[in-house]
Write a protein that binds this ligand. Structure first.
Ligand SMILES: [Fe+2]
Ligand SMILES: [Fe+2]
Length: 355
């Protein structure tokens, strides 16, 4: 892959003209531009059922619009990823309604399991709709891995919350100390190790997960228990990138050679937890200052995002509703993604140290 900043900014500019779209575009650029390709990433629709055929309008409209706009994209994406949390409680009517909307996509769609999609029957119905819960595929020289990172300890699943309703209601809130930490689990870790053992270290790897494969904030489950083990498996690769949903906000980080970025939700933004300040709660520290979404604006952090992955690293352009556009570009000298507007100083203090 090669640096192609000018193309990236031109593409980002084209997107701005097109207006705010409720999904993300991920472009992978290579030395030979003929090899470049895009995929679209829609995440966190949280379809919520009211009764009969009524659903909470804002959220199903967000997904309906994302599907319609994705179908109109030019150039056309090679495929679409849906990043999980199709449903809000996870009931069958919610999953069915969400799946019906997503079925309008004209492109091959890869689905990622979100925790809200899981609690009905621990993923069985979701698998009827979308097949395997973790898998890999190769596309134009890039190895893609989809993980189910929202598994729970059996203790929670079978003893504390034996019914679908209990699981759904317990996990519907953000700030619930009773929630089970998210897991990848031993079986999937073994599968991942085996899958990656067949991939050349020079092959770019892109991991698509629902929860962050880094430990950001346990109190809100911005967390995956075996994050370090997954990172260890990704570390030998020249280019490893993790793209995740779940957090409904702009996040980016860099750990060793692994670049992390979140994609925004079609449903609503989450604020940034003030408890980012509690150092023990978020390991590792967020190494890069990040700008906050406006938690009082229901569409903030639900805008359009363009990710350009060149030389194995991601640049992101965010076009936010009623908020300043942002570009987060990879700084090769400091080996980390940085917001180009907010980080001109060389020693900016990470946000958690402001508290
Ligand atoms: Fe979500
Ligand atoms: Fe989630």
């Amino acid at each position: 892959m090669t640096t192609n900043r000018r193309d990236f900014l031109r593409q980002a500019g084209a997107g701005m003209v097109a207006g705010m779209l409720p999904m993300s575009m991920v472009k992978l650029s290579f030395a030979d531009q003929q090899q470049d390709f895009f995929f679209a990433y829609i995440s966190d629709a949280h379809i919520q059922h009211i009764k009969g055929n009524q659903f909470v309008r804002n959220w199903d409209q967000g997904l309906i619009r994302a599907v319609a706009e994705t179908n109109l994209l030019e150039p056309k994406p090679d495929f679409v990823v849906f990043g999980g949390d199709l449903a809000q409680l996870g009931t069958k009517p919610e999953l069915d309604h969400g799946a019906e909307i997503l079925s309008g996509l004209k492109y091959k769609t890869y689905a990622v399991m979100g925790e809200h999609d899981y609690y009905l029957d621990l993923g069985d119905y979701w698998s009827e709709l979308y097949g395997d819960q973790y898998y890999s595929f190769d596309h134009k020289g890039v190895h893609f891995i989809v993980l189910n990172s929202i598994l729970t300890y059996d203790d929670w699943t079978f003893e504390r919350w034996p019914t679908a309703e209990q699981r759904m209601l317990e996990m519907a809130g953000l700030d619930n100390p009773n929630g089970s930490p998210f897991m990848v689990g031993d079986k999937q870790l073994k599968w991942l190790e085996n899958d990656l053992s067949k991939v050349k270290k020079s092959t770019p790897v892109v991991v698509l997960s629902h929860s962050p494969l880094q430990k950001i904030y346990r109190g809100w489950n911005f967390w995956t228990e075996e994050a370090e083990q997954v990172q260890k498996l990704l570390k030998p690769f020249k280019s490893a990138n993790v793209i995740y949903g779940h957090v409904h906000q702009i996040q980016y980080n860099q750990i060793d050679n692994i670049a992390f970025t979140s994609v925004m939700a079609t449903a609503w933004p989450w604020p940034y937890p003030a408890s980012y300040a509690q150092a023990e709660s978020h390991l590792p520290m967020l190494t890069v200052p990040i700008n906050r979404a406006d938690p009082f604006n229901e569409r903030d952090a639900t805008g359009w995002q363009f990710i350009n992955m060149h030389s194995g690293r991601m640049d992101m352009h965010f076009n936010l509703y009623d908020n300043a556009n942002r570009t987060v570009a990879f700084n090769r000298e400091r080996n980390r993604p940085e917001d180009i507007k907010y980080q001109p100083q060389s020693h900016r203090i990470p946000p958690q140290q402001h508290y």
